[in-house]
Design a protein around this ligand. Sequence first.
Ligand code: FE2
Ligand code: FE2
Length: 351
Amino acid sequence: MSCCVGGGGQPYDLTKRINVQEKRLINCKAVDVNQLMPLKYKWAWEHYLNGCANNWLPSEVPMQRDVELWKSNRLSDEERLVIMRNLGFFATGESLVGNNIVLAIFKFVTNAEARQYLLRQAYEEAVHTHAFLYIVESLGLDEREVFNMYHEVNSISNKDQFEMALTEDILRSDFNTESVENIQKFVKNLVGFYVIMEGIFFYSGFVMILSFHRQNKMTGIGEQFQYILRDETIHLNFGIDLINGIKEENPEIWTVDFQKEIEAMIDQAVLLEYAYAKDCLPRGILGLNSALFKDYVEYIADRRLERIGFKAKYGSKNPFPWMSEVMDLVKEKNFFETRVTEYQSGAVLNW
Ligand SMILES: [Fe+2]
Ligand SMILES: [Fe+2]
């Protein structure tokens, strides 16, 4: 793997300038991964720039109103359960994603612009984990309860076990992406983390927490989730481009059996997510109930399937059309967010 890490032993002539056409997303043997330019995968650079336009820090979001409401008797036990379960799922889910990037994905992506994005994404996952520390501290929650929920609550543990199993093989010291079978394993990891974890598992949580926000409850947590949702939209888009790019460069991996395996993964994810929604919402609140989440998870899964070259299979309608409006609003923040300008002018003033 010497071409992936730089240093000695490269299989190519070091004095020869790179041929951009020889760049490859994985198994690149002909190009130095330390040379970002010339760019080949413009999408990776676009996602990187979009991420850079979205700088934010959890501690910039005021939490006082949330603290007052949390300490009052104006929240029902059911409402508290939804909030706690979502904090518990995301608090460690963000770390699983960050660790998977750094320990499993990064090494095998042999392209400089894609790695540039992965570095950015890993930082964003750290910011997201920071958000949960900040929320737990602000509300005075039991930190061990929140951060250990992925071992204690079955519906969370089952989702995370599903993800962690996909990392295991990639972490083995003798793993490489040379064979068709191993590229398939690697792509399954990407589908598991980008399409399923960030693209399906995160979305019911977004709906639940943003439902509070819409009703003017727990708006600090709601705002943090809006920022996270904005970042996650880009993570998902990058992941889909990466999966489709690897598929295009390695068409031999896309066998009928492999497609069935991916579809089975999505089926399993839909069931796991539905179980999680039932666990969060044993009785309905805020116009939400677990039956609606069955439709929502299926609707989201269909959209994700389409993006990686499958046909939609569930045919459910979106029971939360307001989420599309939230997504649009969140996207607009890319362009009108004042904070972005503040960061830039801050840097100038320091100079
Ligand atoms: Fe994240
Ligand atoms: Fe993410």
